[in-house]
Design a protein around this ligand. Structure first.
Ligand SMILES: [Zn+2]
Length: 303
């Protein structure tokens, strides 16, 4: 018995963190999970329900999703309109006290009449708000305030890690602003596959002249011949320089549009989830850098 007590004391002194309960933070997908990891480090156990390279719009929760939600101390989502499956699970399990919706002020609570042009089914605006570093800073602040309430999280360490992360976001934003401003405005005109790019575009002075799928999700049906004909017209009249597609999605309409208008093949970008670990886009900062490079490289070469 004495030996056992001594062993316990030794383990406690050697690995104090193993004795402090690590709270479970369960996030809807990889991007908010990356923010949690950056600001909380080892103080929490973080989990993303829709994993890397998973289309958030088509995610189907299974028994493992329900288990992860039930064992969570904090549940993080962007907005009930973007992740309706998460909202349903929260309501049916009576967990509304544990959830934080980071993007509500800009999606379901957003009442900007200008945004009506982005109309997309149930969302009034483009829900992909994590592509705007200015909004991301506000979401990270909100997330840090929620994480600071968790037992087992050291608030001083959290505040330091949050400040360092916010600084990296500000540096990224400054750099991208400078790089995009060097590209003549007449080149910064794109057509996108689904309505997921308007937040990034607005922040960096890029014009989205048209969207191929008439919805903010990837689940919409292929465009009608009439819509495609109108897009071909618009690509020509607005001097669109690039067509952007979602990585991993089949986009025959985008390829057809490129062929018909003589534009280069559609560029594939990833912004609906992070890439698998070990790739350049496996963090939010890496993903944002990748999006910028994918656009800026061909724009610099245009004459
Ligand atoms: Zn999307």
């Amino acid at each position: 018995m004495k030996h056992l007590r001594r062993l316990c004391l030794w383990l406690f002194l050697a690995f104090p963190e193993a004795w402090a309960a690590q709270p479970n933070v369960t996030c809807s997908f990889t991007i908010p999970a990356d923010w949690v990891q950056n600001i909380c480090g080892q103080d929490v156990k973080v989990q993303a329900l829709a994993g890397p390279n998973t289309d958030l719009h088509e995610f189907q929760p299974g028994p493992a999703t329900a288990r992860a939600i039930l064992s969570a101390d904090l549940i993080v989502g962007i907005d009930p309109l973007l992740e309706p499956w998460l909202n349903e699970l929260i309501i049916s399990n009576n967990l509304s006290g544990k959830v934080i919706w980071l993007g509500k002020p800009w999606i379901s609570d957003g009442d900007d009449p200008k945004s009506a042009s982005h109309a997309c089914g149930s969302c009034k605006t483009d829900p992909h708000i994590w592509t705007d570093p200015v909004l991301v800073q506000l979401m990270v602040e909100k997330l840090a305030a929620a994480c600071a309430q968790l037992d087992g999280v050291d608030p001083t360490k959290l505040a330091k890690q949050k400040d360092a992360y916010l600084q990296s976001i500000q540096e990224l934003h400054r750099r991208l602003s400078t790089e995009f401003s060097k590209i003549p405005a007449a080149r910064r005109i794109v057509v996108t596959h689904h309505n997921n790019f308007s937040r990034f575009a607005e922040r960096y002075g890029i014009k989205v002249a048209g969207v191929i799928l008439e919805s903010a999700t990837t689940e919409a049906a292929d465009p009608s011949a009439k819509h495609l004909a109108a897009l071909i017209q618009r690509v020509r009249s607005e001097h669109v320089s690039l067509i952007i597609c979602d990585r991993g999605e089949r986009a025959p309409a985008a390829e057809l549009l490129a062929r018909e208008t003589g534009l280069p093949p559609p560029l594939s970008i990833n912004l609906d989830s992070l890439d698998k670990p070990g790739t350049r886009g496996d963090t939010w900062l890496g993903m944002m850098n990748e999006i910028a490079t994918t656009l800026i490289t061909p724009w610099k070469e245009l004459r």
